[in-house]
Write a protein that binds this ligand. Structure first.
Ligand code: NAP
Length: 262
């Protein structure tokens, strides 16, 4: 589906970024993988290469405008263009979750809102500036259930996810006329990821549930009574990045397996 498409992934050393990288590589994309720490990105790039794919790793802080732009310039130098830009950056949940809103300090509340919106805006805007010349491209990000439903003890994370979904719509309204699609993924919790374990821990005491009980509780809210795997999520991301999804823009795909109505 993605033969020779040039894709840049931010946060590629993470669970979602890494899984999406592997799925895009399987579909033939040439990958430029980035993260603010190089080592985990190298691991994913090596994995992709050993499976016969093409991937280069680089250290890029997705909150640093100059670093993102410099890296995109190097991608254009090497590959001639950028077709797909995916922001899968995640801020450590231990720093933002678990405190009731009544007790939450302003900095802790603001951190996810500022960082998630800023990083997505920067990576999307800088990629779009390159894509406009070819009138072709796909910009993508990842959000989560609190964008659309009230969940206790998630602080500024819900508003941050809602902001990213609003930005997806706005970017699409301005960029789709120029051939650039902007789409988002809103997955259900994937228990094999560190993120979900970290998100559970601060709430465990308050809810009195064990890790196993919590997974069962989350799964019980889905229609299929189970949680999604990283691979299932990444397969949808590969489809959305491909021309097979050419009719899809300005939307965030609800991957919550029925636990949230749009
Ligand atoms: N996991 C799930 O089940 C799930 C479900 C729905 C939505 N989400 C959301 O999807 C996003 C990604 O989740 P994930 O599970 O893949 O998280 P993750 O495994 O923690 O991956 C996020 C990656 O982003 C990197 N990163 C952090 N700050 C960065 C920066 N400034 N520049 C570049 N890279 C940076 C992290 O590096 P370090 O680890 O070195 O900081 C990490 O490699 C998060 O917003 C998460 O809330 C996750």
């Amino acid at each position: 589906m993605l033969k020779d498409e040039v894709a840049v992934i931010y946060g590629a050393g993470g669970a979602i970024g890494g899984a999406v990288a592997r799925a895009l590589a399987r579909e033939g994309a040439k990958l430029f993988l980035t993260g603010h720490i190089r080592a985990p990105v190298e691991v994913v790039a090596k994995d992709v290469a050993s499976a016969g794919g093409s991937a280069e790793a680089a250290e890029v802080d997705a909150l640093d405008e100059q670093a993102v732009d410099k890296h995109l310039l190097s991608v254009i130098d090497k590959a001639g263009r950028v077709d797909i830009s995916i922001n899968a950056v995640g801020i450590s949940n231990t720093k933002i979750l678990g405190v009731p809103l009544l007790d939450l300090d302003l900095e802790q509340f603001s951190r996810p809102i500022t960082n998630y919106a800023r990083s997505y805006f920067l990576t999307a805007r800088l990629a779009a500036r390159r894509m406009v010349a070819k009138r072709y491209g796909v910009i993508m990000t990842v959000t989560a259930l609190p964008s659309r439903t009230g969940i206790p003890l998630v602080g500024g994370y819900g508003p941050a996810m809602a902001a990213k979904e609003a930005l997806t719509r706005e970017l699409s309204a301005e960029l789709a006329p120029q051939g650039i699609r902007v789409v988002g993924l809103r997955p259900q919790a994937m228990p094999e990821t560190r993120t979900i374990k970290e998100a559970f821990e601060p709430r465990a005491k308050a809810s009195g549930m064990t890790w196993e009980e919590w997974q069962e509780f989350l799964a019980s809210r889905t229609h299929s009574r189970r949680l999604m795997t990283l691979e299932e999520m990444a397969n949808v991301a590969a489809f959305m990045a491909s021309d097979k999804a050419s009719g899809m823009t300005g939307t965030t795909v609800n991957l919550t397996m029925g636990s949230l109505d749009d």
